[in-house]
Design a protein around this ligand. Structure first.
Ligand SMILES: Cc1ncc(COP(=O)(O)O)c(C=O)c1O
Length: 351
């Protein structure tokens, strides 16, 4: 099996998302109750006991963030937020958090080493910190040994068609049949289990001709939660609305950035429950003029069409709306280093 590693950059059109890996990785082990220092190594395969905890009980967490090429070098966007979220995910999965200062140092070292593999915008170097429980006794219990590693992938657009002027558009099926997360569960953690729970729903959405799925709350199956890998916003009479965070939604770094950018641009923002029936009525009346999703992989993606109980509902004229476009340009400007970030620490220079 090939590692699909590259040491020379390919054209953006060939990169795709997560197809090719940089030739180096960061790796650290947790043994005898403590983390050992990380090492920068060549990307390599793991030898694993078939009884490894991660393979049986899904004790696994990960993160996703990007480094961008700018005029003066290469910077990561808000890595501290991803590091904090990974510590929270570790808590949910009963894992030992990776020390945050060393985590940041590892990210910087990897991006520095792979600077030549960071594509021009709208491409980026996608970073994938991962932690797995790796001891091998089959009892259901937290592992006694862990592996932490960071992979790097030069990437183009998640949905293929990327532009820094305007978000791509997709269609979304709203499912009242599948549940991603319930209160008291793992919904706020970035763990593989949540993605496993979404795969069947995503497959069904594709069978119905949509790009992805929107999950509703597990109790009433009425309130918007999020997509399988993105948070959601609607624009209702000029007010930007998004479901409030809780233990069933992943607290997206992009979601948080957009809220802060919108407030900076004097756009009113409300974190408020959004009922699917009311949203659809408001789309029909024209008061909801935009629905869009956001996340590190695709930044902002406008939702042109929604599917609900056998109907297909177009959102406004099916194009990316002015609020999504303005926020997209603003955030992409920060990635490019041409727009001043909301706070200077949002950009962390690696080279
Ligand atoms: C379930 C889920 N929600 C939301 C997001 C968006 O989070 P972020 O903006 O930090 O990438 C992601 C992507 O990582 C996700 O997987």
């Amino acid at each position: 099996m090939s590692l699909n590693s590259i040491d020379e950059l390919l054209p953006l059109s060939q990169l795709g998302f997560g197809k090719y890996y940089g030739k180096y990785m960061i790796e650290a082990t947790h043994k005898d109750g403590q983390w050992q220092p990380w090492a920068l190594t060549e990307l390599h395969k793991f030898e694993m006991h078939p009884g490894s905890k991660t393979l049986h009980y899904a004790q696994e967490i990960f993160e996703g963030l990007k480094a961008y090429k700018q005029a003066g070098g290469i910077s990561m966007f808000r890595p501290d937020a991803n590091i904090t979220r990974m510590s929270l995910s570790a808590e949910y999965l009963a894992m030992p958090p990776y020390p945050e200062a060393e985590f940041m140092a590892g990210l910087k070292a990897l991006v520095h080493k792979l600077a030549h593999l960071t594509p021009e915008l709208p491409g980026s170097l996608y970073l994938r910190p991962t932690m797995i429980g790796n001891s091998n006794s089959l009892g259901v219990a937290p592992a006694s040994e862990y592996l932490f590693y960071i992979l790097a992938c030069p990437v183009g657009g998640y949905f293929g068609d990327v532009s820094s002027d305007k978000p791509a558009t997709i269609s979304i099926w709203i499912s009242d049949k599948h549940v991603r997360a319930a209160h008291g569960g793992l919904g706020a953690a970035k763990t593989g289990a949540n993605y496993a729970a979404s795969l069947r729903a995503v497959a069904e959405s594709k069978k119905l001709g949509f790009t992805n799925v929107m999950f509703l709350d597990a109790v009433e199956r009425r309130y918007l939660e999020e997509l399988s890998g993105m948070n959601v916003f609607v624009v209702d009479r000029g007010v930007l609305k998004t479901p409030p965070l809780g233990d069933t939604i992943l607290a997206g770094v992009t979601r948080d950035s957009l809220i802060k950018i919108a407030r900076h641009l004097k756009i009113e923002v409300q974190e408020t429950p959004i009922a699917v029936d009311e949203m659809l009525k408001s789309i029909a009346s024209g008061s909801v003029s935009e629905v869009f999703a956001c996340g590190t992989a695709s930044v902002i993606t406008s939702i042109a069409e929604l599917g609900w109980r056998g109907e297909r509902i177009r959102v406004a004229n099916g194009q990316a709306g002015p609020v999504a476009t303005k926020l997209y340009q603003n955030l992409c400007g920060m990635h490019a280093g041409t727009t001043t970030p909301i706070a200077p620490e949002w950009l962390v220079k690696c080279k």
